[in-house]
Design a protein around this ligand. Structure first.
Ligand code: FAD
Length: 492
C-alpha cells in the first residue's frame, strides 16, 4: 500500500492534485523529484531556472517535513526515466502518481517511465493540475478545439464552477506521508547545491526566492492591486502585473487558487457582474484563460512547436545570411537603436523576465522590422525566460508573427516608436535599463536619431558612441514586411 508521488512542474505541498489523490488512497506516500540530466545537460552552466528550482525544492522539502514528522522530499540527480523506476522499486511502491505535463518531450518521457513501471505491474495515475481546463475539456458545439480566443474564453467561463477551482487539501491527509527511508540525508542537506550538480550562480532576483512561500507573498501583494490591473498592465514602468508567471511555470502556486480569487472578484463566483469594480480581476482572469488556451492549442496541434499554426505562413522567406545574423545579435544584446526595444532586451538578459507589452513589441520588431524567423526569437526567449513555457511562448511568438491561432493580422505592424510614446511616455522604463539615456527628455527619448546632435550632446549623448543609431528604418522595414508576407495570400 505504498505510492510514490513524482513532482515536476508542481513544486508545492498544498492544493496538489496528485499528492492529494495518493494520500487519500494509500497509507504510505513518498515524494520525489528528479534533477533530470536529460534536461539539465542542455542548459548553460549559469541558469536562473536551476537556481529557482533548487530553492523551491528546499521549501517543498521543509513543507513536507512540517506536515508529517520524518517526511520530506527524495531528490535524485540522473535521468528521470531510469531514476523513477529504480526509486519505485527501492521503496516497494505499487503505484506512481504525477500531474500531467503536455509538452511533447515530457509526454515522451512519461510514456517511457510508464512503460517501464507497467511492465513491473505498477499502477500509474496521472492528474490534471497545471491548468484549469486541459486537453478536450472545452470544445466548440461541434466538439472541435477552439481556434479563436474570445469564444474559447466565453465557453471557459460558462464551463467553470467552484468544483474546477476548489483546492485539493493536503494537510488533513498528511498522516499518510511516509517517513523518509534510512540513508536519506538529513533535513537541510537533501537538496543539492548548484555546485553539486555542476551549475554556477546566475543571479536569481530576491523577489523570486522562497519557492511556494515566495509565491504566496507575491500573490498577497498583487491582491492589493488586482483591481487596477486593467489600467496598469500595459505600462512597463509601473508595478502592474502579478509577476507570478515563473511560479505558475514551476507550480509553486496553484492555478486554481489564482483563478478562484480572480473569478470571485470579477464574476461574483457565479454570475458575470458587469461594472467597474471587478474589471481588473476579470482582465487578469482573462490572462489566466489565455494560458489554458495556449496549452490546449499545444495539445491539439503539437506541430506548432516546429511549424506555423497556419501552414501558409511557412511559405514566408525570412532574412538570412551575415546581415540578418548581425541584426539578430543586435536584437539579442539590445543594440537596435530603438530605446524601448533595447531596454526590454536588457530587462530579459539581466533579470530573466520581460513585461508582456514588451514581449509583444520586441517580438514584432524582430519579425516585422528585421524580417527574422520568429523561431529564432522564440528560441532566444526560451533560453532567457525564467517563466519559459513552451505553450505560452510559442503562442506569443506565433501571435506576433501572425501565423498563430487567433494571431494579430499580418498587416498590423507595431510601430516601435509610437509603442514607446504610448506605453512608456516619460521614458522611465527605458532609463532604468539604458542609464546612458537618463538625461534625455521625453520628447527625445523614444527616437533619439530624430534629435539634433547638439540637443543630444546637451544631454551627454552621442549617437554611435553612447547609444547606437537605428539598425533599420521602421517605414522601410514595414514595406519589406508587407512584401514578405504577400506569399500568405497567394495560392502557390
Ligand atoms: P500577469 O499579467 O500577472 O498575468 C498572469 C498570468 O497569466 C501570467 O503569469 C501567465 O501565466 C498568464 N498569462 C498572461 N498573459 C499570457 C499570454 N499572453 N499567454 C499565456 N499566458 C499568459 N508567458 C509565459 O508564462 N511563458 C512564456 O514563455 C511566455 N512567452 C511569451 C512570449 C511572447 C512573444 C509573448 C507576447 C508573451 C509571452 N508570454 C509568456 C505571456 C506573457 O507575456 C507572460 O505570461 C507575462 O508577461 C508574465 O508576467 P506576469 O506573471 O506578471 O503576468
Amino acid at each position: 500500500d505504498t505510492a510514490l508521488v513524482w513532482f515536476r512542474r508542481d513544486l508545492r505541498a498544498d492544493d496538489h492534485a496528485a499528492l492529494h489523490r495518493a494520500l487519500t488512497r494509500h497509507r504510505r506516500v513518498f515524494c520525489a523529484f528528479v534533477l533530470d540530466t536529460a534536461i539539465l545537460d542542455a542548459l548553460p552552466r549559469a541558469d536562473r531556472r536551476v537556481e529557482f528550482i533548487l530553492d523551491a525544492l528546499r521549501v517543498l522539502d521543509a513543507d513536507l517535513g512540517a506536515l508529517a514528522p520524518g517526511a520530506g522530499l527524495i531528490v535524485r540527480h540522473g535521468v528521470a526515466r531510469d531514476e523513477i523506476p529504480a526509486l519505485a522499486a527501492a521503496l516497494g511502491a505499487g503505484a506512481l502518481y504525477f500531474n500531467r505535463d503536455d509538452e511533447p518531450d515530457a509526454l515522451r518521457r512519461d510514456a517511457a517511465v510508464g512503460e517501464a513501471l507497467l511492465a513491473r505491474g505498477l499502477q500509474i495515475e496521472s492528474f490534471k493540475d497545471h491548468v484549469v481546463f486541459e486537453r478536450s475539456e472545452v470544445l466548440t458545439g461541434a466538439r472541435q478545439p477552439y481556434g479563436v480566443f474570445t469564444p474559447y474564453k466565453n465557453a471557459w467561463l460558462k464551463a467553470v464552477t467552484p468544483f474546477f477551482l476548489s483546492s485539493y487539501p493536503i494537510e488533513k491527509h498528511a498522516a499518510h506521508l511516509a517517513a523518509l527511508p534510512d540513508g536519506t540525508p538529513p533535513a537541510g542537506q537533501r537538496v543539492p547545491s548548484l555546485g553539486d550538480i555542476g551549475f554556477e550562480p546566475a543571479g536569481l532576483s530576491a523577489a523570486l526566492t522562497g519557492g511556494s512561500a515566495g509565491a504566496q507573498r507575491l500573490f498577497a501583494e498583487f491582491l492589493d492591486r488586482m483591481a487596477r490591473y486593467a489600467d496598469t498592465r500595459d505600462f512597463p514602468a509601473i508595478k502592474g502585473p502579478s509577476y507570478l508567471s515563473t511560479h505558475l511555470r514551476f507550480g509553486t502556486i496553484s492555478i486554481r487558487q489564482l483563478a478562484r480569487e480572480a473569478w470571485r472578484r470579477g464574476h461574483g463566483g457565479h454570475d458575470d457582474r458587469d461594472g467597474p469594480a471587478g474589471e481588473g480581476a476579470r482582465t487578469w482572469l482573462s490572462e489566466l484563460i489565455w494560458r489554458d488556451f495556449y496549452h490546449q492549442v499545444l495539445h491539439h496541434h503539437p506541430r506548432v512547436v516546429e511549424r506555423a499554426f497556419r501552414p501558409e505562413y511557412d511559405r514566408i522567406r525570412w532574412a538570412e545570411g551575415p546581415d540578418a545574423d548581425a541584426d539578430f545579435e543586435a536584437w539579442c544584446q539590445g543594440r537596435t537603436g530603438y530605446p524601448l526595444v533595447d531596454a526590454a532586451m536588457h530587462q530579459i538578459n539581466e533579470t530573466g523576465y520581460m513585461h508582456n507589452r514588451l514581449r509583444m513589441v520586441t517580438a514584432s520588431f524582430l519579425i516585422k522590422d528585421l524580417g527574422i524567423d520568429w523561431r529564432r526569437g522564440e528560441a532566444y526567449f526560451a533560453r532567457q525566460l525564467l517563466d519559459f513555457d513552451l505553450a505560452a511562448n510559442n503562442g506569443g511568438w506565433q501571435w506576433a508573427a501572425s501565423s498563430g491561432c487567433d494571431a494579430q493580422p499580418y498587416f498590423r505592424i507595431f510601430n516601435p516608436v509610437s509603442q514607446s510614446e504610448k506605453f512608456d511616455p516619460d521614458g522611465k522604463f527605458i532609463k532604468r535599463y539604458l542609464p546612458q539615456l537618463a538625461k534625455l527628455p521625453p520628447k527625445l527619448i523614444h527616437a533619439p536619431w530624430l534629435a539634433k546632435p547638439a540637443e543630444l550632446a546637451a544631454c551627454g549623448v552621442m549617437l554611435g558612441r553612447d547609444y547606437p543609431a537605428p539598425i533599420v528604418r521602421h517605414e522601410t522595414a514595414r514595406m519589406a514586411t508587407m512584401d514578405r508576407y504577400a506569399v500568405v495570400k497567394s495560392r502557390e
